[in-house]
Design a protein around this ligand. Sequence first.
Ligand SMILES: Nc1nc2c(ncn2[C@@H]2O[C@H](COP(=O)(O)OP(=O)(O)OP(=O)(O)O)[C@@H](O)[C@H]2O)c(=O)[nH]1
Ligand SMILES: [Mg+2]
Length: 662
Amino acid sequence: MTPTFASHFDALSGWRATLGKRLGDLSRYLAEHDLADGPINESLASLGQRLAGEKLIVAFVAEFSRGKSELINAIFFADAGKRVLPATPGRTTMCPVELAYDPDEPPTLALLPILTRLEGLSLGELRAQPRAWTRIELNVKSPDELAQALKEVTRTRWVTQDQARTLGFWDDDRPDENPPLDDEDRVEVPEWRHALINYPHPLLRQGLVVLDTPGLNAIGAEPELTLSLLPSAHATVFILGADTGVTKSDLAIWRDHLDTHQLARFVVLNKIDALIDPLATAEQVSAQIESQRQATARTLDVPAARVFPLSARQALAARLTGDAEGLVQSRLTALEEALSAQLLPQRRQVMHSLVTEAVDDVHSHVSRRVGDSRRQLAEQMLELRGIRGKSSAKVRLMLKRVEEETAEFEQCTAKLQALRVVHSRMLKDALVGLSSDRLREEVAQMQAEMTASLLNLGAKKAFVGLCARLRALFDAAQSRGDEIRDMLGASFNKLNSDFGFGLSLPKGPELERFSRELSLIERNYVQYLGLTQALRLSQPKFMEQFRRMLVSKLRVVFENASGELELWSKGASAQVDSQLRERRRGFRRRREALERIQSAAGELEQRIGEIETQDQRLHQYLSRVNELTAALRDVPRDDTITSVDIDLPDSDEPVPELLRHA
Ligand SMILES: Nc1nc2c(ncn2[C@@H]2O[C@H](COP(=O)(O)OP(=O)(O)OP(=O)(O)O)[C@@H](O)[C@H]2O)c(=O)[nH]1
Ligand SMILES: [Mg+2]
C-alpha cells in the first residue's frame, strides 16, 4: 500500500529520535570529560528539548459542514475504528478543537467556557491557568465512550441579544451576518471557547498537532484564531464542497483567514462522491471534477496541483472496513502524499540546520579548549626536557622563573576585572530597550493613538507605527550588541598578546531573526485590522483583549531576543573564565613538577611520561568529539529516510490496543 501521511510522519519522528540520541551521546561525552563550559552545555540541553518538543501543526479551516472534522477523522483517526470527532450535517464543531498529546497529562478533553471572553484574558494567558478549564477524562480504551465524550465540542447555549453582543457574536453594523433569533429573541452561541484534546494517538505522541475549527464566519471568530493559531500552523487545509465549488461565504473565509502566501495552503474539494450521477459515465463525472478543480484554482489563485478533489466520508468508511478499492476511489492519498512531501522535508531542514549550527559551535569550542591545553602541555614538556641532566641550581632558577611568570600573568586579573565591568555595563544598556517595561510603554502609546482616532479608523496606522518603533528597538539592540563584540575583540587581542591567552571572538549576536518574527506578527495583524474588525476595537472589552493578546505575542519575541543577547554575552565571558582557570592550572602544574623534581631524582622522567599521557588523552578526546559531531552532521537532511537507523524512544505508556496501527 502507498505510504500515507501517518507512515511518513513516523519516519520523520524516527529521524528526529536519531538526531536526539546522537545529540545525547555528544552531551554526555562532553560532560563526562569536562570538555565544555556552562553556556555550551546549556545550549545543547535546550536544543535537545527543542528537538523532543518539536511540533507540527496542521489546521483545517472552512465554512461549516464542508467536512473538516470528517477529513481529520479519515486522515488521522481511522485506526480508532470509529468516527472520533463528531461530524454531522449542519453546524457541528462549535469551537476550535486542538488535538495534541502531552504525556505528562492523562487523556482528557479540556474545555474553556465561552464566558471567559468577558474577562478580557487572551487564550494564550488562559492556557497557563488550569482552573479556567473544565476537564473531562477520556476513556481511550472505548471508542464509543470516546466519541460520546467528544460530542461536548458541539454544545451550544441560548443567550439574549445583549449577551451575544458582549460575547462578540452579534454585530449591529453587519445585520446580514448575525445568527437567526428564536421565538424568544435569543441567539444560539457556543458553550465553549476552545477545546484541547489530550489523546495518546501515535501521531500526536510524535508531535503532530491538529487544529479543527468551527465553520468560520467573521462574527464570533476568536481573533486569536486568525492572529495566533493559524499563522503558527505549518500547513492549513481549506475545504470546499465539490458540488458547490467556491461560494460567496467560502470566499469570504479564504480572504479573511487564508489569503496570505505566508501559509502553506492546501485546498480540498470534498464530497466528490456526491457528484456520482447514474445518468452520466464515469469519464463524464471525472471531467466534471477536473473542470471544478481548475475553476477553483483560478478563483482562489492557487496552482491547480494544490487543489485536491476527494471524498472524506468515503475514505473514512473505506479505512474503517479495510476496503482498499474504496480508498482509491476516495482519492484521499493524493492529499496525504502532498502534505507529507511538502511538510516533512521542510521540518527536517529546519531541525537539521539548528543541529548543524549548534554542533559547529560545540566543535570549535572544544577544539579551542583542547588545543589550548595541549599548547600548554607542549610548553611544559619543552621546559622539562630542557632540564634533563641539569644541576639542582638550574632547577631552582627555573622555579624562580615560573614564579615570576605567574606573578606577571596575574596582573591580567585587574584588566579582566575592568573588562567585566565595562562588558556588563554595555550589556545592561543593550538590554534596556528589550525590556518588558519598554514594550508595555510602546503598546500603551499605540493604544492611546487608537483610542484617540475616530471610530478607531486610525487603528492600522497606530499599529504600524508601533511596529516601526519596536523594529527600531531591535536595531538599536543589535548595534549595541555589535559594539560589545567590537569592544571584546579589541580586548581579546590585547589579552592574547600581553598575557598569552588564546581567546577568539565568537560571531556577533544575531537579532535579525527576531525582527523577522516581528514582521510576521505585523503582517498578520495588519491584515486583521484591515477588516471591518477595526470597528470592533471601539468596544473596550475587545480592545483590552486585543492589547493583551498583542502584548503576550510580542513579549515572547522580546524575551527571546534579550535571552539571545545574554546567552551570547555569557558565552564570550565563559571563554575568558575557562582560559583563566586553565592558565592558572598550567602554572601550578609547572611549579609542582619542578618542586617534585627538586626533591627527588627520577621524578623528571616520570613527569615527562605523565605529560605525554595527558597529551595523548586530550588527543583522543578530540578525535572522539570529532566522531560524535560528524555523526550528527551526517544524519541525512534529505528524504533518504530508510538509511537512518530508526530507533524510536522507548515510551513507558503502552499504546492503547485500539489505537495501534493495523
Ligand atoms: N457525501 C459526503 N458527505 C460528507 C463528506 N465529508 C463529510 N460529509 C458529511 O458532511 C457533513 C458535515 O461534515 P463535518 O465533518 O461535520 O463538517 P465540518 O466542516 O466539520 O462542519 P462544522 O464542524 O459544522 O464546521 C457530515 O454529515 C459529514 O458526514 C463526503 O466526502 N461526502
Ligand atoms: Mg466540524
